[in-house]
Design a protein around this ligand. Structure first.
Ligand code: UDP
Ligand code: MG
Length: 317
């Protein structure tokens, strides 16, 4: 571990057009800082020329490290891979698409020097489409309600982690990862630095709405059992309701005799309870599925090519 080195981790999936630019900007930024830096590009199985560009860059510049996955594993595995290979006393995680301005790095490092293990860049939502920003604020409301972690809108993965925080993250062995939650879970002193949202320069966001939705489910499920409890309460509530209904009907039958055929009510209650049961099963299934995945202990990613070695952890068991 090198105290005065900052490891910049950049997950990149089809970011060929951005690789050179981000390297140039980082180099410029660090020329006026007293820190050394290494960039770890994690090529997440890109189908474009990301790997060739990174490889070429690495030949010319010693600070450029790269890992290339055997296929697209997703941003989360790319992040861990980067963290596992980072040699710096601090780590900065940023996107390849220049939505995370390198000009913020001095401020992040200032926070680190003040003793913060997490310095988080919080994005002000400007210039973003109405739909997307209201969707994401809804997303945060939901996830925060359901999960017991505290996620803040605009706080993404763009952040600096001190060595202690990095090692804490790496010590978490779970396979289904939800970084935003994990960052909040590990704690440590945290400082927030603000920046204005930047539009993507090249290429498109690789996250579809479906991805976001699935990410939300991941966030809720990987953090607690509250959905299970919710379903339990729902079941309890509905059972109570139907008990009341049965008593009332019984009373009516006693006083007036059978006059309602009861077809509609029977069918509707069967359908309703069936629905509740399916939901419960689905939720339980989610957890069971997760347990199943965790028990397999598959590696988070497979490396096809790289010019760096794992620093902190030899092998994830
Ligand atoms: N990314 C990745 N693997 C993926 C999807 C995305 O490594 O499967 C990277 C991507 O190259 C970028 C970062 O994760 O550097 C954020 O992706 P994107 O800009 O598409 O997401 P958004 O900014 O919309 O959150
Ligand atoms: Mg982006």
């Amino acid at each position: 571990m090198e105290e005065l080195t900052v490891s910049i981790i950049i997950p990149a999936y089809n970011e060929g057009t951005n690789i050179n630019t981000i390297h140039k900007e980082l180099k410029k930024e660090f020329s006026s800082l007293r820190y050394d830096f290494e960039i770890i590009f994690v090529d997440d199985g890109s189908e474009d020329d990301t790997l060739t560009r990174v490889r070429t860059l690495a030949l010319e510049f010693p600070e450029v490290k790269y890992l290339s996955f055997s296929r697209n594993f997703g941003k989360e595995p790319a992040l861990i891979a980067g963290l596992q290979h980072a040699k710096g006393g601090s780590v900065i995680i940023m996107d390849a698409d220049l939505q995370h301005p390198p000009s913020l790095i001095p401020e992040l490092l200032e926070g680190f020097e003040e003793g913060f293990q997490q310095v988080v860049a919080r994005r002000n939502r400007v210039k973003e489409s109405k739909v997307r920003s209201s969707l994401s604020s809804l997303y945060y409301k939901l996830v925060n309600k359901l999960a017991q972690v505290d996620l803040v809108d605009g706080e993404g993965d763009f952040r600096l982690l001190g060595r202690q925080a990095v090692d804490a993250i790496l010590a978490l062995s779970e396979g289904n990862r939800f970084s935003k939650g994990l960052f909040s879970w590990i704690g440590f002193d945290k400082k927030v630095v603000k920046f204005d949202n930047v539009q993507r320069d090249e290429g498109n966001s690789t996250w579809s709405l479906v991805d976001l939705f699935e990410y939300g489910i991941e966030g809720v499920l990987s953090f607690n059992q509250r959905p299970l409890r919710l379903v339990f309460y729902a079941g309890f509530f509905i059972m109570g309701l139907s008990l009341v209904y049965i008593l009332i009907m019984f009373g009516l039958i006693l006083s007036r005799g059978v006059e309602v055929p009861g077809y509609f009510t029977t069918i509707s209650s069967i359908l309703f309870l069936g629905g509740v049961q399916l939901i419960s099963l689905g939720v339980i299934g989610e957890y069971v599925g997760r347990i199943y995945m965790e028990t397999k202990r598959r590696p988070h990613y497979l490396i096809k090519e790289s010019n760096t070695e794992r620093e902190t952890y030899e092998e994830m068991e």
